[in-house]
Design a protein around this ligand. Structure first.
Ligand code: SF4
Length: 242
């Protein structure tokens, strides 16, 4: 495929990430469900917490508090104890119960479809407000966390002010990529996984399937120079750890 325009570059990126995702999707229990409440619950637990820590906690929480009604009537102390391994457990328990109560009061216990409605709930930031409609309802929403923002700013050379994950420029750009795919859910899962496993903070450019068109790699002076730079930073880190 000849890449002559930004639109073609976007299409190349989206199809490259989706193709990579086909063989590399990560299995998580919350990805196997379509229940919007369980997806919201998982995303709240995942906030500022790595997935491997959430996985053992999620199953039990989903079984015990798997609806807005059950969660709204939970004992805050008991819930806090169950989610203690995730940290910030008292604050999280309070927030989760508050969200469940709001869902009962405003939406009859259902999870709303629109990001702006979700964003009005206590503790729900832009990422969760967009992720839940996308993963639960297949809404064509962009999903941008700090990892995804890193990939987009690298690959497309986006300039943004402040934190990339909160940048309007990055969110708007990410939305134009979602418009290039038929399944926002599949694409966003693939992108999250790609950001975690390939274009990580120490990127694996040598094996990256979309390296030929990557602006970051080109700006670093090409694959060889970039690999050398990454190798050097790895050596420094290994030495520091000892
Ligand atoms: S070539 Fe490197 S920097 Fe560019 S998208 Fe791939 S992993 Fe990220």
């Amino acid at each position: 495929m000849k890449i002559a325009t930004l639109k073609q570059k976007k299409q190349f990126f989206v199809s490259g990430v989706l193709n990579w995702g086909k063989n590399n999707y990560r299995y998580f229990p919350w990805r196997q469900v379509k229940d919007p409440f369980l997806i919201l619950l998982a995303e709240m637990l995942l906030s500022k917490t790595p997935a491997w820590r959430v996985e053992p906690v999620y199953d039990k929480i989903a079984k015990t508090y798997g609806s807005a009604e059950l969660l709204a009537n939970a004992s805050q102390a008991a819930l806090a104890t169950e989610i203690e391994p995730l940290g910030l457990h008292n604050k999280r328990a309070e927030q989760l119960i508050e969200i469940a109560k709001s869902l009962l009061e405003i939406y009859n216990g259902k999870v709303p479809h629109k990001a702006r409605q979700l964003a009005e709930l206590s503790g729900v930031g832009p990422y969760i407000a967009h992720a839940v409609p996308c993963f639960a309802y297949e809404e064509p929403a962009a999903v941008v966390d700090s990892n995804v923002a890193r990939v987009l700013t690298r690959f497309f050379g986006l300039d943004c002010v402040g934190r990339p994950a909160l940048s309007k420029t990055v969110w708007e750009f990410a939305a134009t990529l979602v418009a290039e795919t038929v399944s926002a859910r599949q694409y966003n899962y693939a992108l999250l996984d790609f950001a975690a496993q390939v274009c990580a903070s120490r990127p694996k450019c040598r094996t990256c399937p979309i390296r030929n068109v990557c602006q970051f790699l080109a700006a670093e002076g090409g694959p060889k120079q970039f690999d050398r730079a990454v190798q050097q930073s790895n050596t420094i880190e290994t030495t520091t750890r000892r």
